[in-house]
Design a protein around this ligand. Structure first.
Ligand SMILES: Cc1ncc(C[n+]2csc(CCOP(=O)(O)OP(=O)(O)O)c2C)c(N)n1
Length: 332
C-alpha cells in the first residue's frame, strides 16, 4: 500500500498497479466461481455479484488503514476480499458453513469480521449509512482519529436514511467517507427514470458536503480520489462524498431476466471494464506480458481452489447452537 507513487510523484508505479490488477482479478474469479457453485446449489439464498465494479472496492480500500472501519451493502464480497478477509472464511460463509466469517449464519449478504473492522454485509438499502454515521460519531466522541468508510448503491439516494445521514454527518463534521457505487440500476429501475437529479454527488453537495465524482472503471483514479478524501477527513475536515461511476455486468442477483437493458449496452460497458482497462494499460507500457498474466491467474486459481475445499469440508453449525446469539444468555 505504500508503493502507490513513483519517486518523482508522477503517478502509480507499475508494481502497485499489478497488485491492484491482482486484487480485482481475485474478486472477479471468486465471484465467477460463486455463480457456478450457486447453480450447483452449494451456495443458496441470495447472491448479488459485484462483477464489473471491482475497481471501486479495490481503489478505495488502498486509502484506508487497518484502524478504519468499512461497512457495505449486500453486494459486498469484493469489499470483504479487498479489505483482507480470508478468502476461505468468505467462501465458507457463502456455503452457510460454521467456518464462515459469520459462522454461516449470514451467508452472502452478511459477511462480517470484527477484527478487520468490516461491519458487513447489510441487506437493507441505505441501512449502512446511519450505522456509519453512528460509528463515526463514536470515534469523534472518543477522540479516535479514524475513518468510517461506507459503500452503497445509487438506489440508496431514494431513501430517507441517505438524506438524514448526510445531513447529520455534515452538521456534526463526522469522519465518514461516503462511497456511492453508481452502477446506474437499482434492481430493474434505471437511475434515469427514477431521479430528477442523476448526479448523486450533487445531492451530497446540497447538504454542504465536499463531494465529487470519479470514473469507477479506473482503479488508479478511484484510489487517488479516495486518498484525497481520506486525507481531508483525517485532518478533521468532516465527511467526504465520492460518487464512483461504474456498471454491473451481471444481473441484480441470480434471479434477474434483465429486461430493463440491452445486451449491447452491457457489451459496451464490458469493453471498458476495470480489469480489461488496467490489463491493456500495463501491456502497452510493457509491464505485463502473457506469462505474467498467467501467473496472476494461477495464483488466484490456487487460492480459490483452497477456499472451495475449505468451505466443502467445513461443517454446518450444530442444531444445538441455533438459538445462540438470538436471545440474551441467562446469567449463571
Ligand atoms: C429498504 C429496502 N427497500 C427495498 C429493498 C429491496 N432491494 C434490494 S436491492 C435494491 C436495489 C438497490 O439498488 P442500489 O442501491 O443502486 O444498489 P445495487 O444493487 O445497484 O448495488 C432493492 C430495491 C431493500 N433491500 N431494502
Amino acid at each position: 500500500m505504500n508503493t502507490h507513487a513513483e519517486a518523482d510523484g508522477s503517478g502509480p508505479d507499475s508494481r502497485h498497479l499489478l497488485q491492484l490488477l491482482q486484487a480485482m482479478l481475485r474478486i472477479r474469479r471468486f465471484e465467477e466461481r460463486c455463480a457456478e457453485l450457486y447453480m450447483e446449489e452449494k451456495i443458496r439464498g441470495f447472491l448479488h455479484l459485484y462483477i464489473g465494479e471491482e475497481a471501486v472496492a479495490v481503489g478505495v480500500m488502498q486509502a484506508l488503514t487497518a484502524e478504519d472501519a468499512v461497512i457495505a451493502t449486500y453486494r459486498e464480497h469484493g469489499h470483504a476480499l479487498a479489505r483482507g478477509l480470508d478468502m476461505k472464511a468468505v467462501m465458507a460463509e457463502m456455503f452457510g458453513k460454521a467456518g464462515g466469517s459469520s459462522r454461516g449464519r449470514g451467508g452472502s449478504m452478511h459477511i462480517f469480521d470484527k477484527n478487520k473492522r468490516f461491519y458487513g454485509g447489510n441487506a437493507i438499502v441505505a441501512g449502512a449509512l446511519p450505522m456509519a454515521v453512528g460509528m463515526a460519531l463514536a470515534d469523534k466522541l472518543q477522540g479516535h482519529k479514524r475513518v468510517t468508510c461506507c459503500f452503497f448503491g445509487e438506489g440508496a439516494a431514494a431513501e430517507g436514511e441517505f438524506h438524514e445521514s448526510l445531513n447529520l454527518a455534515q452538521l456534526w463534521r463526522l469522519p465518514v467517507l461516503f462511497v456511492c457505487e453508481n452502477n446506474r440500476y437499482a434492481m430493474g429501475t434505471a437511475l434515469a427514470i427514477s431521479e430528477s437529479e442523476q448526479r448523486i454527488f450533487k445531492k451530497a453537495e446540497s447538504y454542504g458536503l465536499v463531494a465529487r465524482e470519479v470514473d469507477g472503471m479506473q482503479v488508479a483514479a478511484v484510489e487517488a480520489a479516495a486518498r484525497e478524501c481520506c486525507e481531508a477527513i483525517r485532518q478533521g475536515g468532516g465527511p467526504r462524498f465520492l460518487e464512483c461511476l461504474t456498471y454491473r455486468f451481471r444481473g441484480h442477483s441470480m434471479f434477474d431476466t434483465q429486461l430493463y437493458r440491452t445486451p449491447e449496452e452491457v457489451e459496451q460497458w464490458q469493453q471498458k471494464g476495470p480489469i480489461v482497462q488496467l490489463r491493456q494499460r500495463l501491456e502497452q507500457s510493457g509491464e505485463l506480458d502473457e506469462a505474467r498474466w498467467q501467473q496472476l491467474e494461477q495464483a488466484v486459481r490456487l487460492e480459490l481452489n483452497e477456499a472451495v475445499s475449505f468451505a466443502e469440508q467445513s461443517a454446518f453449525e450444530p442444531e444445538s447452537e441455533l438459538c445462540r446469539g438470538v436471545y440474551q444468555e441467562p446469567e449463571a
